[in-house]
Design a protein around this ligand. Structure first.
Ligand SMILES: Cc1cc2nc3c(=O)[nH]c(=O)nc-3n(C[C@H](O)[C@H](O)[C@H](O)COP(=O)(O)OP(=O)(O)OC[C@H]3O[C@@H](n4cnc5c(N)ncnc54)[C@H](O)[C@@H]3O)c2cc1C
Length: 412
């Protein structure tokens, strides 16, 4: 079988590698000049945004294993996540795993029996309401644990975020090692994209960058031609297509497809301050900065659900962020020089970083909207918020779906 995978983000790369290693002829097309999609390295080597994986992200870790990149993802804070509260200067380490909460030193602030019940209620997913409402009786736990987790995982403020969606995340944090937090030691380029491209090339995948799928011709429930750039490719009987595209592109190409249409931005600030290491990852509460990743190559700040901040110029964001980071650096004795003046800073604003995960689930897209065409992409995986894990799971599912179709006599 020949398979055209369109979209070389995580979902497309996962699908292409699986199918090529299963012996199919695979071409991977992407409109952009580089692979990686929303999880990519910029031309100067900076990550488009800090990407964090959890131990629970089995499909993402499987892909890292498959491309030989697992060792590049390290756990910077094995003793618990450092969290600095700008409101009162409190510095504590908390564990994301309920297993570790037996140790009072690593419990989230405000944890009580009632708070645990509220977390279990969200994890059950029986009702769906705003996270802030579900946690209204536990304001300290909301502020010191649930809110940073929600904003990071759902890219949505707690006043709107879906408690049932957050429950999908909470349910996964209980397993052994599930709450280990991992980051790329050097960056997405060396620790994800380069090894992925090497593995794809070795598996025989033909990569076509700068190749935008303009349109799709269908007939009798099948895709029969792809119009990519200036070319039109006929899709032979028995061949298949995977569209691993963002929702707005999938909806443009497949008429009638219902997709999430409300997206939220993520802002990243990258300070060019070389450090001596080790890699550190610190959370902040009550200010602009939500997470700080300190690597030898520089310091990266993440602001999720950044609707207001995405409109603010870097000249005003950088000094505000730097003043906050210096306080956290002092509190956690982060190594290196933390001079008062901010180092040179660039802002990367991903305006449609992920769908906004408000109350109420969008309709789940069909995996096979056409007999020989499967959909992939983080938004197609109903069991998780839009993350690398959801993208990887969707890529695996799409690869299996087209392989299964190909085995059905006369199906495609
Ligand atoms: C700043 C930021 C921080 C994030 N942080 C995290 C994190 O910490 N942890 C986590 O798990 N997730 C995080 N995410 C989410 C994660 O990046 C995404 O869930 C994941 O990368 C989505 O992968 P995908 O393959 O589904 O889609 P995409 O990465 O969007 O891939 C789609 C691809 O399709 C291509 N394309 C679009 N239109 C066409 C067309 N017509 N023809 C051909 N190609 C086309 C695009 O160029 C792109 O390469 C973050 C996202 C952002 C933006």
């Amino acid at each position: 079988m020949t398979v055209h995978v369109v979209g070389a983000g995580v979902a497309g790369m996962v699908a292409a590698l699986m199918l090529a290693r299963a012996g199919h002829a695979v071409t991977l097309h992407d409109a952009a000049p580089v692979a990686g999609g929303r999880c990519r390295a910029l031309p100067d080597g900076t990550d488009n945004g800090t990407h964090v994986l959890m131990g629970a992200n089995r499909a993402a870790l499987r892909f890292l294993d498959a491309i030989g990149a697992r060792d590049g993802w390290i756990e910077p804070e094995p003793d618990g996540l450092p969290l600095f509260d700008l409101a009162d200067g409190t510095a504590r380490r908390i564990a994301a795993s309920p297993r570790a909460w037996r140790d009072p030193a690593r419990r989230p602030p405000g944890l009580s029996a009632g708070g645990v019940l509220a977390l279990l209620g969200m994890a059950s997913g029986i009702t769906d309401r705003p996270v802030a409402t579900a946690m209204a009786k536990h304001p300290a736990l909301l502020r010191g644990f649930v809110e940073p987790l929600t904003v990071a995982a759902l890219n949505t403020p707690v006043a709107q975020a879906s408690s049932a969606r957050l429950g999908q995340v909470l349910r996964r944090l209980g397993g052994a090692g599930a709450a280990r937090l991992l980051v790329a030691r050097e960056g997405l380029g060396p620790n994800l994209i380069a090894p992925a491209l090497a593995a794809l090339a070795q598996a025989g995948v033909a990569l076509r960058l700068g190749a935008r799928l303009r349109a799709l011709t269908t007939a009798e429930g099948r895709a029969v031609a792809l119009h990519i750039g200036q070319d039109s490719l006929a899709v032979a009987a028995g061949d298949a297509i995977i569209l691993a595209l963002p929702p707005w592109e999938a909806a443009r190409l497949i008429l009638g497809l219902r997709v999430p249409d409300d997206h939220a931005p993520i802002l990243n600030l990258h300070f060019a301050r070389p450090g001596a290491g080790p890699v550190r990852f610190v959370g902040l509460l009550g200010g602009l900065v939500q997470w700080v990743l300190v690597r030898p190559g520089g310091i990266s700040v993440t602001v999720s659900a950044a609707d207001a901040e995405a409109e603010e110029p870097v000249d005003s964001l950088a000094p505000r962020a730097w003043a906050e980071i210096r306080q956290a650096a002092r509190a956690f004795a982060l190594p290196g020089d933390w001079a008062q003046a901010p180092p040179p800073c660039r802002a990367v604003k991903e305006r449609r970083a992920t769908p906004r995960h408000g109350v109420g689930f969008p309709p789940v897209a069909p995996r096979l909207p056409l007999r020989n065409l499967a959909l992939a992409g983080d938004w197609t995986w109903g069991g998780l918020p839009a993350t690398i894990e959801a993208a990887a799971l969707s890529g695996e599912a799409a690869a299996k779906a087209v392989a299964r179709q190909a085995r059905r006599p006369g199906a495609a």
